[in-house]
Design a protein around this ligand. Structure first.
Ligand SMILES: [Zn+2]
Length: 353
């Protein structure tokens, strides 16, 4: 296939995965495709998957250069690898090819070390396993032992560390079993599937999440997230499942702080619930079960989607009898101080205006 045909397939794959609120919420999740001459198209930071079209929302990077950098680092050295890895990805953007002036996803690193078509989502079905202490055992039982060689990656800071870990674990599995894992579960984060073409990556992603849902008999339709305008720049939650959850749990900002499930929750929800009432973007009223977003419509909907995903995972982990596994305080601190996440947030705000 030519690069142009590969990019068309990439757009189709991103649009398909990005059309489902149970797979991606707000600006979460990302996709990539390997092109000729060691290049790779990867989602740009701060965009939604379904915004990827031929001339928008992705960046073409030199994936070979990124892989070479990861292969060359010596973690014994006292360097700020986290910061360097972000610069390496950013500097590897190819001039004159694809949309210009955008920044590659902070997760570009692990895309570079995987196969041709890669899908990463925060699918709620996968996150039942990723946010429970039984997850690793279930991944072995439901996938690796059932003919889908899969990796389980214990929680590790996203970015540099996560890329190195995925690369090492994939190589280890190949060496030990001869199987190349095409499914990767990341604790307190989400799932990755990849394949030689767009359809095999998409089908595997559907199969993985469908298998989990069937195993636990969670076959009800996923709720449709919705917000409605209250006044200028103020939207309210209009998703019954979200409002019922809020009321039943009496969930205020402290509740969300108590159960940090994954980084996107901290970046898009918790940080917007804290602080002065005049500056915060999300106002929860668990007594009446109402949620007000002080934001434009697309940003309000992105927050609502993230809230719905969180509520669904919390509710169903309880229902199916798994044991909730949350992020540790130091995991949370890292995310709160991570520049790239702040950058993503600022882009989302810009996108919403
Ligand atoms: Zn992610």
């Amino acid at each position: 296939m030519t690069d142009n045909q590969l990019l068309q397939e990439y757009v189709r794959m991103s649009q398909t995965a990005g059309a489902r609120a149970d797979y991606v919420q707000g600006g979460g999740g990302n996709t990539s495709v390997k092109l000729s001459a060691g290049c790779m198209a990867v989602k740009a930071s701060g965009f939604r998957l379904n915004q990827i079209v031929m001339d928008q929302a992705y960046v073409v990077v030199d994936a070979k250069a990124i892989r070479e950098w990861y292969a060359s680092v010596d973690v014994q050295e006292d360097r700020d690898f986290e910061k360097e890895s972000v610069a390496v990805a950013k500097d590897s953007a190819v001039k004159g090819f694809g949309p210009q002036g955008l920044r590659p996803s902070v997760e570009a690193g692990f895309h570079a070390v995987l196969g041709n078509f890669v899908i990463h989502t925060h699918a709620v079905q996968s996150n039942l396993l990723c946010c429970s202490t039984e997850g690793e055992t279930l991944v072995r039982k439901l996938f690796t032992d059932a003919g889908f060689p899969s990796l389980w990656i214990p929680y590790i800071n996203p970015g540099f560390c996560l890329t190195l870990k995925i690369k090492a674990e994939r190589e280890r599995m190949k060496a030990e079993t001869g199987a190349d894992p095409h499914v990767i579960f990341m604790e307190n984060h989400g799932v990755i599937t990849w394949g030689d073409d767009a359809d095999s990556a998409l089908q595997l992603h559907d199969e993985v999440n469908g298998r989990i849902a069937r195993y636990f008999h969670l076959t009800d339709r996923f709720p449709v997230p919705a917000v409605k305008a209250e006044s200028d720049g103020v939207y309210v939650s209009d998703t019954p499942a979200v409002l019922a959850f809020l009321k039943e749990k009496g969930a205020d900002a402290a509740y969300f702080e108590e159960f940090p499930l994954y980084p996107d929750q901290l970046v898009y929800l918790n940080s917007s619930m804290l602080g002065e009432p005049s500056t915060r973007k999300i106002d929860l009223d668990p007594a009446t079960g109402s949620i007000r977003y002080k934001a434009g419509e697309s940003e309000a909907l992105a927050m609502e989607e993230t809230l719905l995903g969180f509520a669904w995972v919390m509710e169903n982990i309880r229902k199916i009898g798994l044991t909730l596994k949350t992020m540790t305080p130091s995991d949370v601190d890292f995310i709160r101080n991570w520049e790239s996440e702040a950058y993503r947030k600022s882009l989302v705000q810009k996108m919403a205006r």
